[in-house]
Structures are given as structure tokens and as C-alpha cells.
Ligand binder design. Sequence first.
Ligand code: HEC
Ligand code: HEC
Length: 332
Amino acid sequence: MGIQYASLFRPRELARGALLLACLALPLVGWAQHVRNEPILPIPRPTGLDPEKVALGQRLFFDTRLSRDQSISCVSCHRMALGGTDEHVPSLGVAGRKGGIKSPTVFNSDFNIAQFWDGRARDLHEQLDGPVHNPVEMDNDWPTIVHRLQADEAFRARFLEAYPQGINEAALKDALVQFERSLVTPDSPFDRWLKGDEKALSTEAREGYALFQSYGCVACHQGVNVGGNLFQRMGVMGDYFKDRGTPTTRADLGRFNVTGDEEDKFYFKVPSLRLVALQKRFFHDGSAATLDEAIQTMARYQLGRTIPPTDRARIMAFLRSLVGHHPLLPES
Ligand code: HEC
Ligand code: HEC
């Protein structure tokens, strides 16, 4: 292949990735003997969630009262039919205001190293103020939301059953996070194959997985989420932003906006590919309108390669085999 993957990673990122993998692997030790030794790990089922809190969080996720003009909810930009993403690029906020970036999936995001494309929120709790306060998203504040929901007699009574302290900012955030932690998609054909079910994976998908490894995709898209555990440059082997033909935006600067470190310009959290087969737009700028196009872009700019159509079809079959189950997903 002639590519030194080690040179793609700066030591700090590598250390972070290794640490995360180790942390994820530790609780798995008990049943690891039954799982194939592969760079991708099966999604564990969520544990320790309170079903009543999850249900409340789901209500909130679908509730337009969270936005200032009560026009949009979280699900407006994280559509279930699209694997928790959006077809609008950028996503549209209150009054049709445009943000600067495509919405990533909310599924399995608790497994990610950090939240947002540039990783500026450490976890799901920290992430929540983002969409609620952002003037081009919900343009709201927690006191307004608390006030509105407290005026809803039925909701207040139901909320009290799960949260004795009643409706306040901390409890609302907790319910939303509980729901987001439940957005996990186990038992995909690929995961069943990882756990030893030979018949779970089609020949085409298995060949696609072999290609995903031999071309080098797996160097960046790996672990439980087939991504989400490293920050990487968009355009390792070529100037993606110059070739794109549209001016570079602040959002394009990626991780640089968090660290201010020149070396972090154009670095993004490697996105999870778990539900990528359900998405309609690809990359932080939504520049690719089909999965096939996204694979071609990745081959060219991340690997300096061209991947022929037959191989791309196999890789797509592999990506489809990563789609697991959740009651809110289509065909689950
Ligand atoms: C107006 C559209 C919009 C709304 C409404 C919205 N989001 Fe988002 N969401 C986005 C965009 C765009 C991003 C990526 C922003 C970035 O990375 O800078 C994002 C990122 C996220 C992420 C990070 C995922 C990851 O892996 O990095 C989570 C989690 C999330 N949103 C949850 C929510 C929740 C919960 C709500 C409701 C309280 C919500 N979103 C409302 C558009 C939206
Ligand atoms: C050097 C690291 C690296 C390699 C190698 C790599 N990717 Fe990526 N991949 C990324 C990053 C970073 C992004 C996000 C780029 C952006 O949004 O601008 C991404 C995005 C994607 C997306 C879009 C996901 C989304 O939610 O929009 C797909 C699909 C994808 N990669 C597939 C592949 C495939 C298939 C290969 C192998 C042919 C591959 N990648 C190789 C780092 C990599």
C-alpha cells in the first residue's frame, strides 16, 4: 500500500485513541473470548438506564417547546429515518436560520471521545447547552423552558414521578441524556458476525470489510463506533478544501476552533459509520450527496487512492451491515 499509517497520527491523538480503546475494552474482558479479535468491536447494550427517565427524555427530544418560537425540536435536525441526522446542509434552526455545519447522528454518540465535529463538548451533558442556546438552532434558555413545561399540568405530574425534585434545568438535562444514552444500535449483522454467527454477514459485506481494512479505512474508522475515537485531518493526502471550490468557513477549521493550535486546522472527530447507510448527506459540510461519492472522496483525500466501482459496492454492503437495531429506527 505504501502508506505509513503511523505517520497519519500525532502521538497525542494516538495515545488518546489507545486509552479510549483500553477503557472500552476493559469491561468487555469477561466476554471478549467469544468475540473475534478485530479492530471493530460489537456495540454493548446500554445498562443502568431508568426506563421512565428515558421515556421522559424522549418526550423532550420531540418537544418543540424547547425552541424559542416553539417551531423545532431536537428531532427536527436529528431525524430518526435518517439515522439521527439531517438532510439539510446546514441544518435549519428557528425561523429557518442556517447553522454552519451538518448535523451528525445522535445514535451511539455516548461512545464518542467527545461531542460535536470539533469535540468542543466533553460529553452529552456538556453538549446540551449547545443546541438550546445557539441562536441559529433553538435560540432559547433553560429558565424559559422550565417555566413553559411547569405550566403543563400533565407533564409536571408525570415528571414528578421520575424526578422528585420536579422540573428544573438539571432534571431536564438528565432526562435528555438518559434518552440519548438509550440511542444505541446493537445486533447489526456485522456485530452478530463479530460474535461468531457466520451466517449473519453476506459474502459481499465480508469482502467489503476486507477491503475496508486493506485500503486503510479502518486506520481511522474503528472501535465500537467505527469512528468517534480520534480527531483526524480532512485532506491527509490532498487539499480537500481548495478542490471543493467554495470558500473555507469557520466551521471548516474544525478542532482548531477549540485548541487554537495551527496543527489542528481542518481536523474533525472521525464520524461513526454505524448508521452512515441511513444518511442522506455526508461530511461536516454535507458536500457528498451519496455514500458512493463519500467513499470516493475518502479514498482520494484520506488515502490518495482511487477505488473501483466494484470495490465501492462491496464497501457499501459492509457499511449497510453495520446498521443495528433501535425501536425508533426504520425497519427495527
Ligand atoms: C437546528 C438543528 C439542530 C437542533 C434543533 C438540534 N441539533 Fe443537535 N446538532 C446539530 C448540528 C448542526 C450539530 C453539529 C454541530 C457541531 O458539530 O458544531 C449537532 C450535534 C449534536 C450532538 C453531537 C453528536 C456527536 O457525535 O458529535 C448531539 C449529541 C446532539 N446534537 C443532540 C441534540 C439534542 C439533544 C438536541 C435538542 C436539545 C439537539 N441536538 C438539537 C443540529 C441540531
Ligand atoms: C485519515 C483518516 C481517515 C481515513 C483513512 C478514512 N476516513 Fe472516512 N472520515 C474521516 C474524517 C476525518 C471524516 C470527516 C470529514 C469531514 O466531515 O469533513 C470522515 C468521514 C467519512 C464518511 C462520512 C460520514 C458522515 O457522517 O458524514 C464516510 C462515509 C467515510 N468517512 C468512509 C470512509 C471510507 C469508506 C474510508 C476508506 C476508503 C475512509 N472513510 C477512510 C477520516 C478518515
